[in-house]
Write a protein that binds this ligand. Structure first.
Ligand code: NAP
Ligand code: HSE
Length: 307
C-alpha cells in the first residue's frame, strides 16, 4: 500500500467535497489503486467556520505550514489568481506535485507554471479546472492524441446554464443566480460566471490542449443582457467555441439561440457539454455535471491518484 500525503489548500465547496470523497471512497481507492490517502494540513482563512466531516485539528491558516510540511501532493482549491499563484509556485519550488481546479490561474499564468513544473521535474494536474466531472483534459490528451482537432466548444459554465434554464422555467435572473451561489456552483466572484469570463478561461485551456496554436482573437459576451431565454426557434445557451483561423485560434463566448433538437438545447441546469470535432474521429459530445462539490471533487481525485 502506498501512502500519499496531501496538503489541501482551501476547504470550501470543492475542498470539502474532496475531503468527503476521500472518506467515502477510502477503502475502494485502497483496494483498486493501492493508495492510502492521508490529508495532512488543510489551509483555510477562517478555522472557526463549521465544516462537517472535517477534522478541525487538520486546519491551519498558515500557508507555509501547509506548503512546506511533509506532503507528496499539494491540492490548490483556494481560487483567485494572485495568492493561489504564490502557493502553486511555492509548491512547485518544493518539487511537490500540484493538482488544481483553478482555471483563472491557468488561463493567465499556465505557460509559466507548466514550465516551472517541467523544470522542477514535477507536474500540475488540472482536470477539475474545466467542466467539472467531464474528463475532457484526459479525452484531449489521451483518447484524441492521434487526431487533429478542427473545433472545440460547447457549454462550459454551469452557473450561466443553471441561470438560463431556471429563467426558461420562469425564475428571475437574480433569484437563479442566488440559487447557483447557494448550491456552490458560482465562483466566489460570480461576475466571472455571468460575464462569460469563466467560460472564456476554460475555453483557453481547452484550446491550448486541442490546437497547440496561438490565440489570435477573443470575443466574450456574458448573459447579463439576456431577457428572453426561449424563442420560436430554440433556447438560449451561453456557447463557447474555439476554432482554427489563419495563424492560430479564435475564441468566442456568447449567448446563442440553439435550435430545438440540437443536443446543446437539452443541456440543463449546472450541466456542461463539450463538442469536439476531430478530423479523423468526427464529432464527439461529452455531457455531465460541470460545477458543484462532488462532481468537481471526482476530477480532483483523478489527478491526485494519477500523481
Ligand atoms: P470556495 O468555496 O470559495 O472555497 C475557497 C476555499 O479557500 C475556502 O475554504 C477558503 O477559506 C479558502 N481560501 C480562500 N482564500 C484563501 C487564502 N487567501 N488563504 C487561505 N485560504 C483561503 O471556492 P470553491 O468553489 O471551492 O472553488 C475553489 C476553486 O475551484 C476555484 O479555483 C474555482 O474556480 C474552482 N472550481 C470550482 C467549482 C465549483 O463548482 N465550485 C468547480 C470547478 C472548479 P474559508 O473556508 O475559511 O473561507
Ligand atoms: N463557477 C463555475 C461554473 C464552476 O459555474 O461553471 C465550475 O468550473
Amino acid at each position: 500500500m502506498k501512502r500519499v500525503r496531501v496538503a489541501l489548500l482551501g476547504c470550501g465547496t470543492v475542498g470539502a467535497g474532496f475531503v468527503r470523497l476521500a472518506q467515502d471512497e477510502r477503502s475502494r481507492i485502497a483496494a483498486r489503486h493501492g493508495v492510502e490517502l492521508d490529508i495532512g494540513r488543510i489551509l483555510v482563512r477562517d478555522p472557526s467556520k463549521e465544516r462537517p466531516g472535517v477534522d478541525p485539528a487538520l486546519l491551519t491558516t498558515c500557508a507555509t505550514e501547509a506548503l512546506d510540511g511533509d506532503c507528496d501532493v499539494v491540492v490548490e482549491l483556494v481560487g483567485g489568481v494572485h495568492t493561489a499563484g504564490l502557493y502553486v509556485r511555492r509548491a512547485l519550488a518544493n518539487r511537490r506535485r500540484v493538482v488544481t481546479a483553478n482555471k483563472a490561474l491557468l488561463a493567465t499564468h499556465g505557460r509559466e507554471l507548466f514550465a516551472a513544473a517541467a523544470k522542477q521535474g514535477t507536474s500540475i494536474g488540472f482536470e477539475a479546472s474545466v467542466c467539472g466531472a467531464i474528463p475532457i483534459v484526459r479525452a484531449l490528451r489521451d483518447g484524441l492524441a492521434g487526431d487533429s482537432i478542427d473545433s472545440i466548444g460547447g457549454i462550459l459554465n454551469g452557473t450561466s446554464n443553471f441561470i438560463l434554464t431556471r429563467m426558461e422555467d420562469g425564475a428571475s435572473f437574480a433569484d437563479a443566480l442566488a440559487d447557483a451561489q447557494r448550491l456552490g456552483f458560482a465562483e466566489a466572484d460570480a461576475t466571472l460566471d455571468v460575464d462569460g469570463t469563466d467560460a472564456a478561461q476554460k475555453l483557453r485551456i481547452l484550446a491550448e490542449l486541442a490546437f497547440e496554436a496561438p490565440v489570435r482573437s477573443v470575443s466574450v459576451t456574458g448573459i447579463r443582457e439576456v431577457t428572453t431565454t426561449r424563442t420560436p426557434s430554440g433556447v438560449v445557451r451561453l456557447v463557447a467555441e474555439a476554432s482554427r483561423v489563419a495563424g492560430g485560434v479564435a475564441l468566442c463566448v456568447e449567448p446563442r439561440v440553439v435550435p430545438f433538437g440540437h443536443p446543446l438545447g437539452n443541456v440543463r441546469n449546472e450541466n456542461n457539454a463539450v463538442v469536439i470535432r476531430g478530423r479523423a474521429a468526427g464529432e464527439l459530445l461529452l455531457v455531465g455535471r460541470g460545477a458543484g462539490a462532488m462532481p468537481t471533487a471526482v476530477a480532483v481525485m483523478a489527478d491526485v491518484l494519477a500523481a
